[in-house]
Every structure is written in structure tokens, then in C-alpha cells.
Design a protein around this ligand. Structure first.
Ligand code: BDR
Ligand code: CA
Length: 303
């Protein structure tokens, strides 16, 4: 099993990505680090704990950053609802899964004590991974790869040129892209394409209590572009790990614009670079992806 740490800002699609990861037979989720992101940290933390209670999993939760490194926080409450998970009422969990301490330090210890290299999954702003790399530069020796949902090749969703997770903390994203680690990126275009149909969503609902929970939330997402298709952003990053055959990857150099007046937070992706720092997904086989997504939910249901 691949050891995995998840940095997340739940967020409806984060809930789906975590659910799949927690039950995937190929993964050993060691730690979940909720961060500020779609909504404030108090919500993303509580949503993570509530999800674990609902799923009856016991993965340690470590409290992540409550704001970006440099800039004021942004919010996607208009997309995901005030609490981040519009559409579903979870039972409220206590804080017994929370491990006290700083996220960077606890991640570092977990990674250093692991007999196998750890994979980092990033499905929110990358503040906590940037802090980890800055505080403990030697951590990279024990990391397998960093897999993220974020960045955009074409138009952004936060602004014309910036995607939400990168726009949320551009300085942190730039640190992560310069960590020297192997990186895999599922950009916005892949999430836009890897949608599930209304019929498939009904199939997911029929799976059982997990499917019903996801159906309720996904039916409540309000995409800023008004697109009625059900887009599945964060699980595409999990798909890069568990269902790579659904994706086409291309090497590229990814740089984050930190200074632009209208372009701040934009990802500048150069597929022609001779010094690539990431593999970026440029295409997804929607049928293969949707098939994997539905099977993963069915699998979670059986546990
Ligand atoms: C990303 O932004 C968030 O709103 C989603 O959870 C996803 O991680 C998509 O741009
Ligand atoms: Ca997210």
C-alpha cells in the first residue's frame, strides 16, 4: 500500500476525493491535514472530522494553516456553501482524531518515520506543503511524489488566468513547484472534462449511504460558469495515482505568476521547456474516469 498524506479544504469535491482515498485498497492514508481554502479552517477541520465519523475511519487529523503565506484568504463559499459542504448534514464529530502540534512538524515526523516513501496529495491551497518544505528541507528525501489538483492551462475559475487552489496561495504553490520533487498535476481542464452525467450521479446515489451523501452534496454545487454538468475536480488527482490509464500526461515547466496586476496566481505552463518540473495531465478518458469513480464509491460502500 502507498503511504499517503492528504492536504485538503473540504469542500464538496474534497469530500469525494478523501472518501475514495480512505477506502482504496492501494492506499494507506496516514494523515489528513485540513487547511483554510474553500472556506475557513474551522469549517474544513470540522468537515474532515465529521466525514471520518460518518465513514467510521480513524485516520489522524492534523490542523493545517489558517491563512495563506502572504496574502489575505479568499473564499469559495458561493460554490460549496457557507460551511463548505452544502447539501448534507453530517453528524458532528468530536476532536478525538486531532493530533496536537504544528502540521509541518507532524508531517515531517510521519514522513521521516515511514519505512516507505510517502506520497503527498494536495487538493486545496498548498500552504502547508510549502511550510513543510521550507521548515524541513531534508523531508524531500522521503517523499515519493506530490500529486495535486490545481493550476490551469487555459481559462481560470478564480480569475480569467488563475485556478482557485493556486490563486489561494500563489507563493506556496511556487515553493511546491520548486521543491525538486516529482510532481503530477491534474489541472482545471481535466476536472472540467472529467464530469459525471446526471444518470451516473443517480447510479452513485443508489450505491448506498456514501453514494447518497455524495449525491446530495454534488447536487448543491454552484459552478461559477453556470455549467450544469457535475464536475469532479479533486478526485482527478486521486485518479492520477489510482487510475493513471485514464490520463495523458505531458512534461512541463510550471511557474506561478506572483506579481501580475491582472494575472497574479496564474500558472504559466510551458510544455516546450527543456527543464520540466512537473507532469501535467492534458487529457482524460471520461468513460474510464467515470467508471473508476463509480467503482471507487461502490468500494467505499462495502467497507
Ligand atoms: C479546486 O478549487 C476548489 O473549489 C475545489 O475544491 C478544487 O480543489 C478547483 O479549482
Ligand atoms: Ca479542494
Amino acid at each position: 500500500k502507498k503511504p499517503l498524506i492528504i492536504s485538503t479544504d473540504p469542500g464538496i469535491d474534497d469530500i469525494a476525493a478523501m472518501t475514495i482515498s480512505l477506502f482504496a485498497k492501494e492506499l494507506d492514508v496516514r494523515m489528513i491535514v485540513p487547511t483554510w481554502g474553500n472556506v475557513a479552517l474551522n469549517y474544513t477541520l470540522q468537515n474532515t472530522l465529521n466525514l471520518e465519523k460518518f465513514l467510521n475511519t480513524k485516520v489522524p487529523v492534523v490542523v493545517g494553516a489558517n491563512q495563506p503565506l502572504v496574502r489575505p484568504a479568499i473564499s469559495a463559499a458561493s460554490v460549496h456553501g457557507k460551511t463548505g459542504i452544502a447539501g448534507f448534514e453530517f453528524p458532528t464529530a468530536d476532536k478525538s482524531l486531532v493530533r496536537p502540534g504544528l502540521a509541518a512538524t507532524l508531517m515531517y515526523k510521519e514522513i521521516k518515520n515511514s519505512s516507505e516513501k510517502v506520497t503527498l496529495l494536495g487538493i486545496g491551497p498548498l500552504t502547508d506543503y510549502a511550510l513543510l518544505f521550507k521548515q524541513y528541507p531534508d523531508v524531500v528525501d522521503n517523499i515519493e511524489e506530490v500529486v495535486i489538483m490545481g493550476a490551469n492551462i487555459g481559462r481560470g475559475n478564480h480569475s480569467p488566468l488563475a485556478e482557485y487552489n493556486i490563486a489561494g496561495d500563489p507563493e506556496a504553490a511556487q515553493v511546491v513547484f520548486h521543491s525538486g520533487l516529482k510532481m503530477k498535476v491534474a489541472p482545471l481542464e481535466i476536472g472540467n472534462k472529467a464530469h459525471v452525467t446526471q444518470e451516473q450521479m443517480k447510479e452513485i446515489k443508489a450505491c448506498g449511504k456514501v453514494g447518497d451523501m455524495l449525491y446530495s452534496m454534488f447536487s448543491n454545487i454552484h459552478e461559477p460558469d453556470g455549467d450544469p454538468r457535475i464536475k469532479i475536480f479533486d478526485p482527478t488527482a486521486v485518479g492520477l495515482i489510482l487510475c493513471p490509464e485514464a490520463f495523458t500526461l505531458k512534461q512541463a515547466d510550471v511557474e506561478i505568476e506572483l506579481a501580475g496586476r491582472y494575472t497574479s496566481g496564474a500558472s504559466v505552463i510551458d510544455f516546450m521547456s527543456k527543464t520540466p518540473n512537473a507532469e501535467v495531465a492534458v487529457d482524460v478518458d471520461v468513460d474510464k474516469f467515470a467508471d473508476w469513480f463509480i467503482k471507487s464509491i461502490q468500494n467505499a460502500e462495502q467497507e
